[in-house]
Design a protein around this ligand. Structure first.
Ligand code: GDP
Length: 309
């Protein structure tokens, strides 16, 4: 466990140190809050989440009547951890057999790698996994998924140049027939220009429901933690089209933009207020490296501490 935290800290350090240095002075004054605001914005926390955290922090400082800047750092860690806490939730499989997990994400976000890692994680828990290569447009995507399938020794449903929705339908049907615990559907992250990605993904989702009326049980979006506020824009767009049920945030081992998690947490909170009927969108996992084992469950407290290390 310690290894990944170090990776996370190393990744966030650039920002972390700039946030941490805000608290090395002797006074809690407007200058401190201004510096902190700048540091949070630098970490891609975004204007709204930064304002939220600053307001919350001022309230905590007032309540505790502290005069020590070093103690304010601890209060900020509390504020960040509290904001991020609702994002912490385990991915539960086993309520449906198979549990059908659709995975989306723009090319390069780390989707295929994350599916490989997730396959390993689920297999290690004793679940049988079937992969569906529904990104039929890119031969490379199919091949890469095949490599992950081999490394994890799991079966894969793949069809050269086939229809993505048809491949997904076949995979869910095969998953049921073969008694698999999980079917992971890898979708395209970009299409030939004349086609609309969101329409394609919606079609896959609809067809998966035709194969199994309760499916998909999870619709995950993989985002690159390195892309900061752009990642939040992707979350909004994919959620509008697909109604997401969870996120995987990758590349947190090499980023100074970890603050985006706070922006996502605020978005998730407002989403639940506006649409209490929708399932929440937790961060099921974070990616902290390129290897199969570099997938970790998200911990709000640990993340807050790493951000301020
Ligand atoms: P896809 O196009 O979304 O399927 O992206 P890939 O899974 O092919 O990943 C794109 C690149 O990001 C590859 O070089 C991966 O090794 C790398 N990558 C994926 N996840 C992580 C991560 O958590 N940390 C790091 N450092 N690299 C990652």
């Amino acid at each position: 466990r310690k290894g990944w935290l170090d990776k996370l800290k190393a990744g966030l350090r650039k920002t972390g140190s700039s946030i941490a240095t805000v608290f090395t002075g002797t006074q809690i004054d407007d200058a401190l809050y201004e510096e902190l605001e700048a540091a949070l914005l630098m970490a891609d926390t975004g204007v709204k989440a930064t304002q939220h955290l600053l307001d919350d922090l001022r309230r905590r400082v007032k309540e505790t009547k502290t005069t020590d800047p070093a103690a304010v750092k601890g209060l900020l860690a509390d504020a960040i951890a509290e904001l991020l806490a609702p994002l912490e939730k385990p991915l539960v499989i086993g309520q449906h057999k198979p549990t059908v997990i659709m995975v989306a994400g723009v090319n390069g976000a780390g989707k295929t790698t994350s599916i490989g890692k997730l396959t390993r994680h689920l297999s290690a828990e004793g679940a049988s996994v079937l992969l569906a290569a529904a990104d039929t447009f890119r031969a490379a995507a199919r091949e890469q998924l095949g490599v992950w399938a081999d490394r994890n020794t799991v079966e894969i449903v793949s069809q050269e140049g086939g229809d993505p929705a048809a491949v997904s339908f076949d995979a869910v049907t095969a998953g049921r027939a073969r008694g698999k615990d999980v079917v992971l559907v890898d979708t395209a992250g970009r299409l030939p220009t004349q086609l609309h990605l969101m329409e394609e993904l919606r079609k896959i989702k609809r067809v998966v429901t035709k194969a199994d009326a309760t499916a998909p049980h999870e619709v995950l979006l993989v985002i690159d933690g390195n892309t900061g506020q752009n990642a939040l824009a992707q979350v909004r767009a994919f959620d509008d089209a697909l109604q997401l049920t969870g996120l995987i945030v990758t590349k947190l081992d090499g980023t100074a933009k970890g603050g985006v998690l706070a922006a996502i947490a605020l978005w998730a909170r407002e989403r639940t207020q506006i649409h209490p009927d929708l399932r929440p969108v937790p961060v099921y996992f974070i990616g902290v490296g390129e290897k199969l084992e570099d997938l970790e469950t998200f911990s709000a407290r640990e993340f807050a501490q790493a951000l301020l290390a």
